[in-house]
Design a binder for this molecule. Structure first.
Ligand code: MTE
Length: 323
């Protein structure tokens, strides 16, 4: 999203040459390590025959899932779409890079540090976190800031339940999330594509809204690495970049955190990032989107179609200013 100015431009046209050359070197280096690790699982995704294979060799079925009334009944994108067309810059800049290279990520064992303005700070194993709450299937639209969208059957639990468990104090006005930093597991972090670690945040009322979830799976299985294993955020009324992957830290903050994309280009990517067809990105329109797998564009809906549920969170705010 940083580099592509128009769909018909090649990356080398818009990327500083030093990055472009370094990226090729990086991919070659990553190719020997990460591809070797992931080869067995990755290859079938690209052979054109298997559409529903698990990427993670440990992929386990998640059973006993509750169906959520908050799910959309729109047609799902295929497992293949959802797991091979990704943004996860820690593994490269191309949409296929996460599926190719994320085999180097080790999502188990994994712990999440909870800190800041709360009554129960600590370090918690993801396996334990997954046992605290009943897991639900939530089928949501995902609208990327790059003007494509998908429909994804996530498995997770309400972020509100997670937040409440740590007893945030009255000073906790924001929740900040941080992704792992480890150049061996995430070889893209040797590149300056983004300032690492990836950081995102929500205002407290957004975080406890019933639509916001922490996802630990999709298509009834544990999350594939390229989708943010073992635990990631999903906030369906916001652009996809708010959905931070592979979370290792959750902090209860007094002041608004500076998220990664604001740090990179504050004029293009805001803190709120609510899907808004009326406010164009400075370099492209946000009025319509291409659903992955479809030819014709669709109209983009305010708040990605979730306006009835969330518009009141922003009553009185100028959404052109707070984009
Ligand atoms: N989280 C991290 N840590 N790094 C990233 O590069 N990309 C974001 C978001 N979360 C990103 C991330 C963007 S731009 C999008 S659109 C979504 O992840 C894509 O999620 P998906 O690949 O599961 O569809």
């Amino acid at each position: 999203m940083l580099l592509k100015k128009a769909p018909d431009l090649r990356e080398s046209d818009v990327t500083p040459r030093s990055w472009y050359v370094r990226r090729r070197e990086f991919l070659q280096a990553a190719g020997s390590a990460a591809v070797a690790a992931a080869a067995g699982a990755t290859a079938p995704l690209f052979d054109g025959t298997a559409t529903a294979l698990a990427q993670n060799p440990d992929a386990q079925k998640l059973t006993g899932l509750q169906k959520s009334p908050l799910s959309t009944d729109e047609k799902l994108n295929s497992y293949r779409d959802v797991t091979t067309y990704n943004n996860f810059y820690e593994f490269g800049l191309d949409k296929g890079d996460p599926a190719r290279y994320a085999g180097s990520l080790k999502p188990r064992p994994w712990s999440v540090v909870v800190e800041g303005q709360c009554g129960k700070p600590g370090t918690y194993h993801v396996e334990d976190i997954m046992k605290w709450f009943p897991l639900e299937e939530r089928i949501y639209r995902l609208r990327c800031v790059e003007a494509w969208s998908m429909v994804i059957p996530w498995v997770g639990f309400p972020l509100a339940d997670f937040v409440k468990r740590f007893e945030p104090t009255s000073k906790a006005r924001f929740v900040r999330f941080t992704t792992l930093v480890d150049t061996r597991q995430m070889p893209g972090q040797t590149e300056p594509a983004l300032p690492w670690p990836y950081v995102e945040g929500l205002r407290m009322d957004e975080a406890v809204h019933p639509l916001a979830i922490l996802a630990v799976g999709l298509y009834g299985e544990v999350l594939p690495n390229q989708n943010g294993a073992p635990i990631r955020l999903v906030v369906p009324w916001k652009y996809g970049f708010k959905g931070i992957k592979s979370i290792v830290r959750v902090s209860f903050d007094e002041s608004q955190p500076r998220n990664t994309w604001q740090r990179v280009r504050a004029d293009e990517y805001g803190f709120f990032a609510n899907v808004n067809p009326a406010v164009d990105h400075p370099r492209w329109s946000q009025a319509s989107e291409r659903r992955i797998g479809e030819f014709f564009k669709r109209r983009t809906l305010p708040f990605n179609g979730y306006a009835d549920q969330v518009a009141s969170l922003y009553a009185g705010m100028d959404l052109r200013k707070f984009y």
